[in-house]
Design a protein. Structure first.
Length: 66
């Protein structure tokens, strides 16, 4: 029997900060092209958030939502 992974916790204070910095409306996805440009940012925090967002896009591919 496979063990279930715990969901990743993002602090409430940090939720939506990447979306706000890109200027994307709430509820819509940040375009991949914008994430790729943010990955080259001078700010290390922005780079980390952009990389996390790119990785998170791949997590639920092909899985059914319950």
């Amino acid at each position: 029997m496979a063990t279930r992974r715990k969901p990743i916790k993002i602090k409430k204070a940090n939720r939506g900060k990447l979306r706000k910095s890109t200027g994307t409306k709430k509820g819509s996805k940040i375009p991949v092209s914008k994430l790729r440009t943010l990955k080259k940012s001078k700010n290390p925090t922005t780079r980390k958030r952009a990389q996390f967002a790119l990785n998170a896009r791949k997590w639920s591919k092909g899985k059914k939502k319950r």
